[in-house]
Design a binder for this molecule. Structure first.
Ligand SMILES: *Cc1c(COP(=O)(O)O)cnc(C)c1O
Length: 507
């Protein structure tokens, strides 16, 4: 571990336990007007466990505020700078979305509110379902799944249920070798065997290979378009036809919808089911494990199998249009999540869609694709681009040219931190050795893209001139290069007072 002798206050923040001083508090309570209760009685009555209070830091208000504010400045955030993680679509999230999601009528309404008193909330859900149906070109949407991966599982359950209603659930799900790891996991959870299909040299599905493997055992093909290699699947209609002719379904992983929204629609291409990652494409903050949403859109044929309740329109006794939650759905796969999904995420998504409008959504897509191509164009002479052809909203480089100096993808990513950028996605997709996957999104203006390009070019020069500098990066951060295997396998998560020294627990 490199220990730096920096004296900057931000860089030297220890653990909050180290600030603890016996008897120091951050509150002043009025005099007790009831009889004092010894704390042990709370432990006896099981309201507290023995040891619950032991070892809590004794600190003042200013201790707490300074501690957490200082460590918050060590975090990288999309509000701070570009976040070029490929596959993640880390776009900037307009603050208006947050304001709207916090409005009391949305944030404080109870999910058990009777339908007649929750018309506004139901209207929001219905409007979002309709918008997503239009954007995907499919007939019906369920907002329930809490993330992309759960959307995949839900979509495959819907396909399975439909196939069972036709007579047999079938056995196989076909998945290209470039797929996100959640795809085979979802298929396995739904009881399917996964058969991997190979991409051709351009990263596209090999049609001949597909024709050979599709048969009456195939329940579905799961594919991502544009693929995880950042390329549009040009034969998508033919791919769908081959699968449909054999009685299977096409599940499209919609994590890359940022390359398509407002320009083209998966339903028009032949997809039967797609999930959307609202926390990627539709502007909900993510990356810190916060809640997401993975709604699925399906064809008319699959609608009866969607999770319940469904939102339906009716006329009330006065003949007015009202919305109601319908639970009587005999063919439904059932619920996949409590209540109505991650509601605040749904509010943000609709706010984003409505504020941009159809033209704005299309422009966002076009800008996202332009930005990725701008980066590809300016870096292609310095780093090897993994695939020929035109990338969509993300570009994949590799470290082939740098390897001869001993510098690898991981080193380049770490060095990028010194230049003030979050690293790109590395070593994914798995089919590209040394992959560096870069997705700038539409949020970045030209100045920011140029800074990023400059940083990447500068790192390439450093790799030639001073490879050790790159291999030992980062240098400008509080903590230098970590042993990542040890950090993952032997994490020090507990602070042990007995062993305290001033540097305890900081490594
Ligand atoms: C992010 C992603 C997923 C999984 O989505 P989560 O919302 O993280 O569960 C699936 N496929 C691809 C291609 C992705 O990028």
């Amino acid at each position: 571990m490199i220990k730096k002798a920096t004296t900057h206050v931000n860089q030297n923040e220890g653990l909050i336990f180290e600030r603890s001083r016996p008897g120091r508090v951050g509150y002043k309570l009025p005099a007790l007007d009831v009889e004092a209760e010894p704390i042990d009685s709370l432990i006896d009555s099981k309201l507290l466990r023995d040891g619950d209070l032991a070892g809590l830091p004794e600190v003042s208000e200013v201790d707490v505020i300074r501690h957490f504010t200082r460590i918050s400045t060590w975090n990288y955030a999309v509000d701070f700078g570009m976040y070029p993680l490929g596959s993640c679509t880390m776009k900037y999230n307009p603050k208006l979305n947050e304001r709207v999601a916090r409005m009391e009528g949305f944030a404080a309404s109870h999910p058990y509110t009777p339908d007649e008193f929750a018309q506004g909330n139901l209207e929001l859900l219905k409007e979002l379902e309709d918008a997503l149906a239009e954007i995907t070109g499919l007939a019906a949407v369920s907002l329930q799944p809490a993330a992309g991966a759960q959307g995949e599982m839900t979509g495959l359950m819907v396909i399975r249920k439909c196939l069972e209603s036709r007579g047999a659930a079938r056995k196989l799900v076909l998945i290209p070798d470039s797929a996100h790891g959640t795809n085979p996991a979802s298929a396995a959870i739904c009881g399917y065997q996964v058969k991997t299909i190979k991409s051709n040299a351009n990263g596209a599905i090999d049609l001949e290979n597909l024709r050979q493997v599709v048969n009456e055992d195939v329940a579905a093909l799961m594919l991502t378009n544009p693929s995880t290699l950042g390329m549009f699947e040009e034969n998508i209609e033919e791919v769908c036809r081959i699968v449909h002719d054999a009685g299977g379904f096409v599940y499209m992983d919609g994590a890359n919808m940022n390359a398509l929204v407002g320009v083209t629609r998966p339903g028009d291409m032949g997809a039967d089911v797609i999930h959307l990652n609202l926390h990627k494409t539709f502007s909900t903050p993510h990356g810190g494990g916060g809640p997401g949403a993975g709604p699925i859109a399906v064809t008319k044929e699959l609608e009866p199998f969607l999770p319940f309740p469904r939102i339906i329109e009716e006329k009330n006794h006065k003949g007015e249009r009202v919305l109601r939650l319908e639970y009587n759905r005999p063919q439904s796969i059932g619920r996949v999540r409590a209540f109505h999904g991650n509601y605040a995420v749904l509010v943000r998504a609709l706010c984003y869609i409505v504020t941009l409008g159809p033209d704005g959504l299309r422009e966002a897509t076009e800008t996202a694709v332009l930005n990725a191509n701008y980066i590809a164009h300016h870096l292609k002479d310095v780093y090897e681009v993994a695939f020929d052809g035109q990338p969509m909203h993300e570009v994949i480089l590799n470290d082939k040219r740098q390897q001869k100096t001993g510098v690898h993808t991981l080193d380049i990513a770490k060095r990028l931190i010194d230049y003030g950028f979050h690293p790109m996605t590395v070593y994914f997709p798995l089919v590209v050795p040394g992959a560096m996957m870069i997705e700038p999104t539409e949020s970045e203006g030209r100045e920011e893209l140029d800074l990023f390009i400059d940083a990447m070019k500068s790192i390439a020069r450093e790799a030639e001139a001073d490879p050790e500098l790159v291999k030992q990066a980062p240098h400008n951060t509080r903590i230098g290069r970590l042993d990542e295997a040890a950090a993952a396998r032997k994490p020090a998560l507990r602070w042990k007072p007995a062993k305290t020294s001033s540097a305890a627990g900081r490594e």
